[in-house]
Ligand binder design. Structure first.
Ligand code: MLT
Length: 417
């Protein structure tokens, strides 16, 4: 009989968002008459149609595939040059950052990339020669679950977390931006604008992390999936705005929340040529070389219509349409923030991110708040405990919804009174 990867059996619960869907389904099956009234502000899934420039580009691309003269088969595994050039120009050169097109790896999204990236890193717990890995807590669960699946952790700890990972608490006191650790560490995951708290890191704070990583020879896996939501130009939209980051960081980017591509599926990873890891025997190796090798073997890239859709996001029309989508969701975030404050709830985020992070009323746990909002108000939020031990006592509201639903969701928060 085939032998499984038994590290999967260590996973303490189902992946957070399917678990929420399961609970909502149980509720709707028991209450079919009110199922239609449910407002879903749980998973951060966009609701507005694709930008017009994207739709036109995808139609044209499909027509090209319908014609022998313009038909395309396999493309370059890491993305067509014109797409990588558009990305570099729009996201980096325009901000004075020297990233080269061949340091961009176009993919089907930042979640798959953050997961696949583990394939080129050592496996095992630190005691077995694996990486000493840091995550913030609360944390986007993908980073943790992936490390568990790869066998980089010990068993689940009662009350949350896994043995072998180092958790840095994100709290209201530190603005959900932990300081770098003082103990020796090999890898760290940072996500700003932050999922789930909606917090943003300042340039000096990010510079401290880069300085720390360079001094400690550590790798930063920087998840900038929500960078399009940064409103203040003094705040960093890429870790490469910090000098030296190209020697210690890889960056994950997504078009899900900027172009509304949650269903289209596209993102990219930046792996600069200067960033290195080491072998167990201490030899330094280019991560770019390994990641390139991994792509050449494991992927044939993403589809032609989707790559044309990406390029369309960087046209003047595409940029303007994305900006108005972001404005729309950020107005939703403002409405949700104000609704929480009007209810006397403490609230964070929602200023440079499409997520609002809310403290549960005193004495109420985050799954209790989830249950109360679902059963009394037909409102789905994400319980903070699903993001880690330090998420307990909070819940997250996603601003991705119609304006009408967001206004109504704000009113339904009264159920927590
Ligand atoms: C979220 O709601 O945290 C994200 O949309 C989930 C994801 O991107 O995987």
């Amino acid at each position: 009989m085939a032998i499984i990867n038994d590290h999967y059996l260590k996973l303490a619960a189902g992946y957070l968002f399917p678990e929420i869907s399961r609970r909502v389904s149980v509720f709707t099956e028991a209450n079919p008459a009110i199922a239609k009234e449910i407002i879903r502000c749980g998973i951060g899934d966009v609701t507005e149609p694709l930008p017009a420039a994207v739709i036109a580009a995808m139609h044209t691309a499909v027509d090209e595939l319908a014609n022998r003269a313009t038909f395309r088969g396999y493309g370059p595994a890491t993305g067509y040059d014109f797409v990588r050039e558009a990305i570099v120009q729009g996201d980096f050169r325009a901000r004075g950052i020297a990233i080269a097109p061949d340091e961009i790896f176009v993919s089907d999204g930042s979640k798959p990339d953050a997961s696949a990236f583990m394939e080129i890193m050592a496996t095992g717990t630190p005691a077995q020669g694996g990486n000493r890995t840091v995550v913030c807590d609360p944390v986007y669960p993908v980073y943790v679950d992936n490390n568990v699946m790869q066998g980089n952790t010990g068993p689940a700890i009662a009350g949350g977390g896994y043995e072998g990972l180092i958790y840095l608490p994100g709290t209201p006191a530190n603005g959900f931006v932990p300081e770098p650790p003082t103990e020796p560490v090999d890898m760290v995951y940072l996500c700003y604008p932050n999922n789930p708290t909606g917090a943003m890191i300042t340039r000096p704070q990010l510079a401290r992390w880069v300085e720390w990583a360079l001094a400690n020879d550590a790798l930063i896996c920087y998840d900038a999936a929500y960078e399009a939501y940064v409103r203040d130009p003094s705040l960093p939209r890429s870790i490469y705005e910090i000098p030296g980051a190209d020697r210690c960081a890889v960056e994950f980017r997504s078009f899900s929340k900027s172009g509304g591509f949650t269903g289209v599926r596209a993102g990219y990873t930046v792996v600069p040529k200067a960033v290195e890891g080491r072998t167990h025997s201490g030899e330094r190796v280019s991560l770019h070389r390994l990641w390139m090798r991994r792509w050449a073997t494991c992927s044939n890239g993403i589809s032609w219509p989707v790559q044309c859709a990406i390029a369309a996001l960087y046209t003047p029309a595409g940029r303007a349409q994305v900006a108005s989508l972001i404005d729309f969701y950020m107005e939703n975030a403002r409405i949700l923030r104000e609704a929480c404050a009007a209810e006397g709830l403490q609230v964070w985020g929602g200023e440079h991110a499409p997520y609002v992070w809310v403290a549960c009323p005193a004495g109420m746990g985050s799954w209790d708040a989830f249950d109360a909002l679902l059963s009394k108000a037909r409102l789905v939020v994400t319980p903070g405990a699903g993001f880690g031990r330090h998420g307990e006592g909070f819940f997250r509201i996603s601003a991705f919804n119609s304006r009408e639903n967001v206004i109504e969701a704000g009113k339904r928060l009264q159920a927590l009174r």
